[in-house]
Design a protein around this ligand. Structure first.
Ligand code: SF4
Length: 489
């Protein structure tokens, strides 16, 4: 998971890109970068948060009325700064590109790109690979002025070569800005526009609508699965569906955990979907007949669902766990030891809300069970009489191959255990999981009853056919090797 933004504006765009990246910081905290263009590319990227990488002096040299920015979340355990984005290639034209997602045919593409297309890769990033695939296809059809139809023709070939998830924004020197979304629309991508005081128009494309609205851009629409948008030098917008087989299967986990609640994705409010998750979960807990005195969310993601859950159960909602805001999200820390330590640094209890109470803890999901167990222990230490645990998501059982760093299959606590055994494992008196159908019901747009989602991490139903049992096994071996290397460093 990463955050991406591009602006085709009237004046220097670096300030707005910086602001937008701050709004997308939750999507990646490992590296950040911006490239702008004013006749030359100007690039600043490195490991670190947006505010660490884009320092005040960066604003002076990141000049230009068109630019793109990225926040990176490593999925492959690689903290090499050469993997920070944007990437740039000099030919044809000069292209800069940013990517959110994960190419599942990286190994095959690497062989073709280097051995047959004779291109050079400077990093192990699939995003750099994607840029080279585009560069190679565009090379053949490069004309001095890149016509939209020519670009769409090129993109049809690019789509044929890629598998996996990819939401992409790029700049072509002297030509304009482009963006595209994979044929399943797994990762989000949305665009909007803004009128300037002088009567001009500016466009922003971003991972989440919050980046647009917080910068005064009005949402135009989501970029559709398999769709390419090309905003030319004169800011004329051209769009075309260029992928052959399209089936919308947006990541359902974006709504559970990844996205900000104040974003709208594919016409669904993340906030409202989380409210509905709480209502759905309450039905199941009511049926169990257990007694609860207080509902306590694990901040921050689970708060929204916990509000409606408590209301539907008719019990008190209280903040019994306080988050230290200056500690990063533990889920995206790749090394187990680092993760174990950070749980206690991150949450502090309010004993008066827990002592002698039958407490229902609500979290967005249960991954390995280590965090959940620590939280249950923490609540018990405060004198809670009973500790129940509810997950807004169904049991996580399969790794994500589309850009969210998850454990291998065998590491998920839900993999080989029943719900009762999971409760025992995390030391809770009972565990309640959202049913997958109820989760889908919570996220479905009101006017699109047939909308499908990627639910692979819950049911193993991967939208792209190359993800087989053998593929997962290979990935587990590769990931094990990489995690081991990271721990030895
Ligand atoms: Fe999202 Fe899970 Fe699908 Fe990955 S596997 S894209 S996290 S729903």
């Amino acid at each position: 998971m990463c955050g991406i933004v591009g602006i085709h504006g009237e004046d220097n765009v670096v300030f707005d890109i910086y602001e937008a990246l701050l709004m997308l910081q939750h999507r990646g905290q490992d590296a950040a970068g911006i490239v702008t263009y004013d006749g030359h590319f100007h690039l600043k990227k490195d490991n670190g948060l947006v505010s660490d990488v884009i320092t005040p002096d960066s604003f002076n040299h990141l000049t230009g009325a068109i630019g793109i920015g990225h926040v990176r979340y490593r999925t492959a355990g690689n903290m090499d700064p050469t993997a920070a984005q944007p990437f740039i290639i000099n030919s044809p034209y000069g292209i800069a590109l940013i990517h959110n997602g994960n190419l599942t045919n990286y190994n095959e593409l690497k062989h073709i790109i280097t051995e047959e297309d004779n291109r050079y890769l400077n990093s192990s990033s699939d995003s750099e690979m994607l840029l080279n695939v585009l560069g190679h296809e565009l090379q053949t059809d490069a004309e001095r002025q890149l016509a939209p139809d020519v670009f769409f023709g090129v993109m049809k070939n690019v789509y044929k070569r890629l598998t996996g998830s990819y939401s992409v924004i790029g700049l072509i020197a002297g030509q304009g800005m482009f963006a595209f979304r994979d044929p399943h629309g797994i990762r989000p991508l949305i665009y909007g526009k803004r009128q300037t005081a002088t009567g001009g128009v500016e466009y922003m494309i971003a991972s989440e609508s919050v980046a647009l609205t917080s910068n005064g851009f009005e949402v135009v629409e989501d970029i559709q699965p398999g769709e390419v948008i090309y905003i030319d030098e004169n800011k004329k917008v051209h769009k075309q569906i260029c992928a052959e087989k399209i089936e919308h299967r947006a990541c359902i986990f974006e709504y559970v955990y990844l996205a900000r609640p104040d974003s709208l994705m594919d016409n669904v409010s993340v906030y409202k979907s989380r409210l509905r998750m709480g209502e759905q979960l309450a039905k199941k807990i009511k049926d169990s007949g257990i007694e609860i005195d207080v509902v306590i969310p694990v901040p921050d993601t689970a708060r929204t669902a916990a509000v409606t859950l408590a209301y539907a159960l008719g019990v008190k909602y209280r903040e019994g766990l306080i988050k230290n805001r200056y500690i990063g999200r533990t889920f995206i820390m790749p090394v187990q030891a680092e993760r174990q330590k950070s749980i206690r640094r991150k949450l502090n209890p309010i004993p008066l809300e827990l002592k002698g109470k039958k407490v229902l803890i609500v979290d967005d999901s249960i991954v390995r069970g280590n965090t959940s167990r620590k939280i249950v222990e923490l609540v018990r230490e405060q004198g809670a009489e009973k500790v129940y645990f509810a997950s807004c998501a169904p049991p996580l059982k399969f790794p994500c191959m589309y850009g969210v760093d998850m454990p291998t299959k065998s590491e998920f606590v839900a993999n080989n255990l029943s719900v009762a055994e999971i409760a025992k494992s995390i030391k809770a008196d009972a565990v309640f999981y959202q049913d997958l159908d109820d989760l889908i019901e919570s996220v479905k747009p009101p006017k699109s009853i047939n909308r499908k989602f990627c639910t692979a991490c819950f049911d193993g139903n991967y939208p792209t056919p190359e993800i087989t049992e053998a593929y997962l096994e290979n990935m587990a071996i590769e990931k094990g090797d990489k995690d081991l290397k990271m721990q030895l460093l």
